[in-house]
Design a protein around this ligand. Structure first.
Ligand code: SF4
Length: 603
């Protein structure tokens, strides 16, 4: 491998046979796909058989890093985990920070590819070159906090851990994988890990990573990137309150999903705002090598108990507070904390509860169906028992643990109209009626309703990436395509998504790749690589029967105005033909053979 930044080794683990192997990375492959999300798309497309059941030996679980992990490139201590999602049936790759990614590189690996199912619970230990599968019966049933603590004691060393909680063990379709309260969430990668009987991965590495630009020049260039972030005016606010600072401004412009997306304004927003949270912060923590340090550790009391946990993000406030109509901040924090412990995605959990609340208020679910709970909007007392029921798949929780799409299909009786999802993935906390670019992004991303695949809010509201009329259809297909393509490089280096708002431009992302690897790419290459990865993900989904007919939003957004006095609704079908044309896809949203050839994709 002529490129630096890589260890040129993927660990392969066959859990059915208990076999451990190693394979090299392909130089041409890293030129085309870089790392992280790009490599995950390529490797999983090749590894997972068409039509594979998510819970079967035909699926795979890939932990993957980017070439910058372990270097001085800022915010690059991130890893990704990909699989065919049990929630959506699409390819799903999630990301988390913390310290695991650099340590995996220092141990000598770019990633770990799991297949098969262990006959009993196990965990994987990587201690530099020594790799072992160990029995994990004593860890099964523990939550993610308890598992990390137990393993750190047991291994008596400086190991970084990624683990699942009870939600992954039980097969909750949106179960996550946690590492120091950084969760790989959304697509149910934790449930795939649970099906494999893999409780945790523990890694210690003592080596290093060579950068493409070595010595003093490389160090100085990385420090310039750090300075760009450090001097950005947004940094202080980010460090202070993270994404929760978005709640009041987004609510004020009637863009905050409320009561299961029925409204877009939450009257009690000030009760769950960042100002209310601030007195609870006790210290700030950082992912490895990040000048922002946005992880505020929080102490609060609820039901007579004191809880210390990481600060909630805007998305969790949207899911548990505004979408469930709950203004009791301690109960919202408690629900978020429980999700982290059980290992469960907060957006999908909160939106599933909000779905059940709307069903309850419309007589589709009764108190009897809900294990005696009064599942009404605004009733914060039900959040804790509902999160517990979902994580354990008990009673009503068993239905909601499958996600709103599957739950509505089972319930019937018109409940489908309350299921807020795209391609099976629950909707995040930016209302599409208030941001037409975000509407198109949510409708078209390969993973389902993922706001981070093109954070158009930066262009449509924050004015960080241009100044777009948020209610205009014109210009949005190009904006969304460009942002979806450039985001791929962030997910592939892998850097933190928050850098989009912190002054890191497409040119600087290209520079980060070059610094880490020694490649020589520019902004045009960033877009080409991004387009290639988006097309390959599309081809994966089409192979699984998820094509253009799934590029849409729930009907509510086209028919029912939110709280905005001008009554805006959004019709994504007005933007899709131009979006498909820009992508070189046919009218059904299928990439043409010519476009695939131009991008060098051999599906
Ligand atoms: S900005 Fe926050 S989440 Fe992102 S890398 Fe830094 S500390 Fe981690």
């Amino acid at each position: 491998m002529k490129y630096k930044g890589y260890k040129d080794q993927i660990l392969t683990v066959d859990l059915s046979r208990g076999e451990i192997g190693r394979r090299s990375l392909d130089e041409a492959m890293v030129e085309k796909y870089i790392g992280g999300r790009g490599l995950a798309a390529r490797i999983l497309y090749d590894e997972i058989k068409a039509g594979a059941e998510p819970y079967s030996p035909d699926n795979r679980l890939l932990f993957i890093t980017g070439p910058a992990a372990g270097t001085l490139v800022p915010t690059s201590a991130r890893f990704a985990v990909g699989a065919k999602s049990p929630l959506t049936g699409t390819l799903s790759v999630g990301y988390a920070g913390g310290h695991l990614a650099p340590v995996l590189k220092y141990a000598g690996y770019d990633g770990i590819l799991f297949k098969g199912k262990s006959p009993k619970p196990v965990y994987l230990v990587i201690d530099d070159g020594r790799v072992e599968i160990r029995e994990a019966g004593h860890l099964w049933g523990k939550d993610t906090f308890e598992t990390e603590e137990a393993l750190k004691k047991e291994l008596k060393g400086d190991f970084e851990i990624a683990s699942i909680g009870q939600a992954g063990e039980k097969g909750v379709s949106y179960a996550s994988i946690a590492s120091e309260q950084h969760l790989v969430g959304r697509g149910g990668e934790g449930a795939v890990m649970g099906w494999m009987n893999l409780k945790a991965v523990a890694v210690r590495g003592t080596g290093g990573v060579r950068m493409g630009v070595d010595g003093r020049a490389g160090i100085e260039a990385c420090f310039e990137l750090h300075d760009t972030i450090r001097k950005n005016p947004v940094k202080a606010a980010f460090r202070d309150v993270g994404t929760t600072g978005m709640l009041i401004p987004v609510n004020d412009i009637k863009g905050q999903p409320t009561r299961n997306f029925q409204q877009t304004y939450f009257p009690a927003a000030s009760e769950v705002s960042s100002d209310r949270m601030k007195p609870w912060f006790i210290r700030f923590e950082s992912c490895s090598g990040c000048p922002v340090a946005c992880g505020s550790v929080t102490r609060f009391r609820v039901e007579g108990a004191e809880i210390v946990t990481e600060r909630i993000e805007h998305q969790s406030v949207g899911a548990f507070a505004t979408n469930c109509g709950v203004s009791d901040l301690a109960r919202v924090f408690q629900a978020h904390d429980l999700c982290d412990r059980f290992g469960m995605d907060t957006i999908s959990t909160g939106v599933s509860i909000a779905f059940a609340m709307e069903c309850f208020e419309n007589g589709i679910l009764t108190r009897g169906d809900c294990d005696g709970l009064e599942l009404r909007f605004g009733n914060g007392e039900v959040l804790k028992p509902m999160v517990e029921k979902i994580a354990r798949k008990e009673g009503i929780g068993g239905l909601l643990a499958r996600g709103v799409r599957a739950a509505a299909r089972e319930l019937g009786r018109g409940s489908e109209r309350y299921a807020m999802h795209v391609k099976g993935l629950e909707m995040p906390g930016y209302d599409p009626r208030a941001f037409f670019g975000m509407a198109l992004n949510l409708a078209t991303t390969s993973r389902g309703a993922d706001h981070n695949k093109a954070f158009t809010i930066a262009a449509e509201f924050l004015g960080v990436l241009g100044d777009f009329d948020r209610f205009a259809y014109e210009g949005k297909p190009k904006l969304v395509k460009d942002m979806q393509d450039s985001t791929v490089i962030i997910d592939s280096i892998i850097m933190c998504m928050f850098t989009v708002d912190l002054g890191i431009s497409v040119d600087l992302y290209a520079r980060a790749v070059n610094l880490a690897t020694g490649m020589d790419i520019g902004a045009r290459d960033v877009y080409t690589i991004g387009e290639r990865v988006n097309n390959l993900e599309r081809m994966f989904n089409i192979r699984e029967g998820v094509g253009g007919t799934e590029d849409g939003l729930p009907d509510r957004f086209a028919r029912e105005p939110g709280s905005d006095p001008d009554g805006h609704t959004v019709d994504v079908s007005k933007m899709l033909p131009e979006y498909y044309a820009l992508r070189g896809w046919d009218e059904k949203g299928v990439p043409t053979p010519e476009r695939l050839r131009e991008l060098g994709i051999e599906p």
